[in-house]
Design a protein around this ligand. Structure first.
Ligand SMILES: Nc1ncnc2c1ncn2[C@@H]1O[C@H](COP(=O)(O)OC(=O)[C@@H](N)CCS)[C@@H](O)[C@H]1O
Length: 989
């Protein structure tokens, strides 16, 4: 085995340590890129002539593979973290002449992550050394084993202990020696410091990430597309109220998995289905595809029944309550469904029964008498989620497996096979009884299913393919599609009148029935037509895949009426919460309503969730990471670039985009950006939403570098030639901002909208040309822009600490610790008000006895009061992110309409008053906004300073007069806002 390397490359150390620990001899060949050692990525591990590794982490995994496969996902995730987060920070520190406090803070955050992991175990993944330890310790080598230890590591005792242990091992000492250092005084490390000549290996080390030189052809195309590309864009497609497939456009049907109504959706659910599907749907609309995006709540089955038991209400009441909550949460997250429906509808019953009858008529249904678990105490059959026990799969044996599926190994379970089964309601050990059930004959459908799946899987994501292959390894068995329950679609077969369909038989049919509700003609989308083609894209996480690639396709193949089969399954792995699992049924993690209550704008949540989308392995949500990415990627990179570009245009070019005289250097930047736009489209087309977003950030990073290199502020002071150069730079930067508004639109619709307002363009005009993706001159010379405003605000460490503490434990723990003062979110309050209003109406119509209904009216009034208070608080927290005046005016007009319609439909004040309150709140916001705007317009440093002094006085007086925070906090916010404006103004000047 050979390792080709250059000097001082810590990635080489990873390979040497891994090789020594694995007992393999390697030859180290030192050279430089120029000495033609193969592709320009070093180090390179050559196992033999036909097997080489260019990614150091992949090579480490090859040399030191994971033996416990349950750790594989975590191992991959940590290696990615090392390559994309830790390595860039450490290498920047080592090559910087002076280390800024922000850089040091970033390193501290990363070291804290490692330190916390090491607090629980000897090594990072547990009690055994793994590829992750090798990779991380090698990257940290220059910090761990030199004088720098004192500067950077002294507060991280676990890291010190761990690096000491590893450094003391004989194999590691030998590896370090062969690399050219020694643990105590590595000779080469000092030469890394402040030496920009050191070649920093590409973090992921993949050869396709080594930028190839821009070719003359690319430059030519960049120029032509920049100057004329706008004419090649298709006109935007008008979005119809009812979307049906059309002949002359690409028709795209997008489904998001239908969330259960057993709780508020958590962040895992949100990125696993609705948000991913929404990003993709918005991208499709941006490309001008005729798009229908549907979703809704999955309301039948034991998840609902369990929740109803828990809350002491009927399943219908649970569905109504949580449908409203889901709807509100998704609205807040800006999920732009064409239709958000539900499965407990007449359309669902009709379509599910119809498909089942046809499946039966075609001979693909059989009857079997099965043994089922029966709880003698609860006097009923225990289906699925009403039973828990030890997973029967020998490699797993997880002790809290559910009756239908094991959360640990992901395998489906037949409830009677569970070991040590117990009723989830009363914990009694169930008995086994016989019951007749209907089964879908998967063995008969298997040949057709296999032939379709082997062709179709080409367009699926990695996790979807993996699940399909795992299922297809064995022969398929018949699966029961009926259950002894009441809450579900009744089985339309004689003798089965008291049974319902298994929720997983009818859940995917929900897509069809929801399309029926949306369009009145579901078959237009869901059945193949000779007149047009429809491509079906489905979004979900890995646990849902079997039902979408086996059960549902088998059903429609058996029905044999030309239904659509899925083209692209873009399934994800799982998102975890800090160091545990999200759980809707147990209430663990951050939920949609919690996100709303943090005061962090929904766009920041969308961005962060897309950045950590578990595309290739499980990933983790962390509060620190959320803040770090907000502060570094949004604030310092994206926001900084947009704001400085537009501010420059506004202040130095009278807000008018200058004309361009493109030089070779400008075209190189545009051509480089074109590569990112191309990669963005390619990733999105393959459902790799996280990877596509990384290319958006590369565009703004390129913009920042371009501005830094060109220094238009200095050029403006030069001769005519320099001033032309400065003007071109600013024009290109403004066009880059317009490009960013388009690329960001699927991910951060509000931010894109705010950019459009600042750019003075209509958001509906934003487009991407998917067949020739490139940067075009969208604004053009002379285009007038509006006053720029900062896009993002910093998330402080203190906020992170508070949020982490607030959302620790389970929802019920939090409720308990909040006692009676448990605070409901705006969405929960709105849902509770609707439900309570309904209760009051029913009571009032049933009796005139005030004593009966007055207590319920009081509850309703209390809820409304609480809503007003919470809205004010949330508003206060989010004050820095207020919408623009135009947005508010639009929202007021829409809300006014809603109120008018409601008032016309009913005289019942309890129905329309909450909407009136919202209207008043919006009007108040507009007044505040206008007030701020007026102040802004006349802004000079002097007036701002005066305003700050006056506002400071006001705050002081208020604080002295009352301890009630709700009285003085709005004024404090105004003060902070003024101070921020002053800082921004001073920075611009
Ligand atoms: N931790 C998770 N990370 C990512 N995605 C997740 C996670 N947990 C669940 N999911 C996905 O969320 C949706 C909704 O899940 P839910 O349990 O509410 O509903 C269902 O699974 C079914 N009702 C779907 C019927 S089509 C889902 O895609 C999960 O895979």
């Amino acid at each position: 085995m050979k390792i080709y390397t250059n000097e001082n490359n810590t990635a080489t150390l990873k390979l040497l340590i891994a090789a020594k620990l694995a007992g393999k001899d390697v030859e180290l060949l030192k050279g430089s890129y120029e000495e033609s050692l193969g592709p320009a990525v070093l180090p390179r591990l050559e196992v033999h002539e036909e097997l080489s590794f260019f990614s150091s982490n992949a090579a480490v995994q090859y040399l030191f593979p994971v033996l416990d496969l349950t750790q594989n996902g975590q191992c991959l995730q940590m290696l990615e973290w090392e390559a994309t987060r830790l390595y860039p920070v450490v290498s920047t520190i080592l090559t910087s002449k002076s280390v800024s406090s922000e850089l040091k803070e970033a390193l501290n955050t990363l070291l804290l992550t490692v330190n916390n992991l090491l607090a629980k175990h000897q090594y990072i993944l547990g009690d055994k050394l793994s590829a992750v330890d090798i990779s991380i310790v090698s990257t940290l080598y220059p910090l761990c084993y030199t004088d720098l230890k004192e500067t950077y590591l002294k507060e991280f005792s676990n890291v010190l202990r761990w690096s000491g242990d590893i450094g003391n091992s004989k194999a590691v000492q030998e590896a370090i020696k062969q690399w050219g250092g020694s643990p105590n005084s590595p000779p080469s490390v000092p030469s890394l410091l402040g030496n920009p000549q050191v070649i920093i290996q590409t973090p992921t080390g993949s050869p396709d990430e080594v930028p190839e030189k821009i070719s003359a052809e690319e430059l030519e195309m960049a120029k032509d597309n920049f100057l004329n590309g706008i004419n090649k864009l298709q006109p935007p497609l008008k979005r119809e109220k009812v979307v049906l497939p059309v002949k002359d456009r690409k028709n795209v049907l997008i489904t998001s998995a239908l969330p259960y109504v057993n709780n508020v959706p958590h962040l895992g659910n949100i990125i696993g289905c609705v948000l991913s599907a929404d990003i993709f749907a918005r991208y499709c609309r941006l490309c001008g595809f005729n798009t229908l995006f549907v979703c809704g709540t999955d309301e039948y089955g034991t998840a609902t029944e369990t929740k109803a038991l828990e809350e002491g209400v009927t399943p219908r009441e649970i569905c109504d309550k949580y449908f409203t909550i889901h709807d509100a949460v998704y609205r807040w997250f800006n999920i732009d469904f064409d239709y958000f429906g539900r499965t407990s509808t007449e359309q669902q019953t009709r379509i599910a029964q119809d498909l089942f009858k046809k499946l039966n008529a075609n001979g693909f249904v059989s009857k079997q008498t099965v043994e089922q678990l029966y709880c003698e105490k609860c006097e009923r059959f225990l289906a699925d989620r009403f039973v828990e026990g030890t997973c029967p799969h020998p490699g797993c044996l997880y002790d809290s497996a559910r009756g239908d599926q094991c959360d640990k190994c992901g395998k489906l379970i037949n409830a009677v096979e569970l070991r040590e089964a117990r009723c989830k309601v009363c914990s009694t050990t169930p008995t086994i009884r016989n019951s007749d059930q209907l089964f879908i004959e998967l063995p008969q459908l298997e040949p057709s299913l296999r032939s379709w799946a082997s062709r179709a899987e080409v367009g699926w994501s990695g996790p979807a393919k993996a699940v399909l292959r795992a299922w297809m390894r064995d022969k398929l068995r018949c699966r029961a599609v009926t259950r002894d329950l009441k809450w579900g679609v009744p089985v339309p077969i004689t003798g089965f009148e008291n049974k319902v369909f298994y929720v997983w038989f009818d859940a995917p049919i929900g897509y069809l029935s929801i399309t029926e509700c949306a369009t009145g003609n579901y078959e237009k989308w869901w059945k193949r037509s000779p007149d047009y083609d429809v491509k079906l894209y489905q979004f979900m996480a890995k646990d849902n895949v079997p039902f979408h690639v086996i059960m549902f396709p088998a059903t429609v193949i058996g029905v044999n009426e030309g239904h659509l089969l899925v083209d692209h399954i873009y399934a994800t792995e799982y998102l975890n919460y800090e160091d545990t699992k999200f759980s809707k049924s147990r209430g663990v993690g951050v939920f949609g309503t919690d996100a709303q209550d943090t005061g962090i704008p929904s766009d920041v949540w969308r961005f962060y969730l897309a950045m950590i989308r578990p595309e290739t392995s499980d990933s983790s949500f962390s509060w620190t990471d959320l803040a770090t990415r907000n502060n570094s990627e949004l604030l310092n990179n994206l926001g900084n670039f947009c704001h400085r570009s537009l501010s420059f245009c506004h202040s130095s070019f009278t807000a008018s985009v200058p004309d361009v005289h493109l030089t070779h250097a400008d075209l190189e930047v545009i051509a480089g950006v074109n590569r990112d736009v191309e990669a963005y489209v390619q990733h999105l087309e393959r459902g790799r939403l996280r990877d596509a977003l990384r290319h958006v950030l590369r565009v703004s990073r390129a913009g920042n570098l371009y501005m830094q290199d060109t220094q238009p502020w200095a050029l403006l002071k030069g001769d005519e030639k320099d001033r032309v150069k400065a003007a071109t730079t600013i024009a290109v930067c403004c066009e880059l901002v317009a490009l960013l508004a388009a690329l960001l639109a699927p991910y951060m619709p509000d931010t894109s909208k705010r950019l459009c307002t600042q750019l003075n363009i209509d958001q509906s005009q934003l487009r991407i040309n998917p067949t020739s993706p490139c940067m075009v001159r969208f604004l053009g010379p002379g285009h007038k822009i509006n006053k720029p405003e900062p896009l993002f605000t910093k998330i402080e460490q203190q906020t992170v600490d508070e949020l982490r503490k607030k959302y620790a434990g389970t929802q019920s723990d939090r409720e308990k610790s909040n006692g009676d003062s448990k605070k409901m979110s705006v969405a929960e309050l709105e849902a509770a008000i609707t439900a309570q209003g309904e209760k009051v109406r029913k009571l009032k119509s049933s009796t005139k006895d005030k004593a009966v209904w007055q207590p319920e009216v009081d509850v309703l009034l209390a809820l409304k009061k609480q809503l007003t208070l919470t809205q004010t608080e949330t508003k206060t927290q989010t004050n820095t992110h207020t919408d623009s005046a135009a947005d508010l005016e639009k929202a007021i007009a829409e809300q006014g309409d809603k109120v008018r319609k409601l008032k016309a439909s009913t005289k019942d004040k309890s129905v329309w008053q909450p909407e009136v309150n919202k209207l008043l709140e919006l009007k108040k916001q507009l007044a505040e906004q206008t007030n701020r705007q007026t102040k802004n317009d006349t802004t000079s440093v002097e007036t701002l300073e005066k305003a700050i002094a006056e506002q400071g006085d006001k705050v002081r007086k208020l604080k002295a007069s009352t301890k009630d925070k709700s009285v003085w906090q709005p004024e404090v916010n105004v003060l902070l806002d003024l101070k921020k404006q002053l800082t921004a103004l001073q920075a611009n000047k």
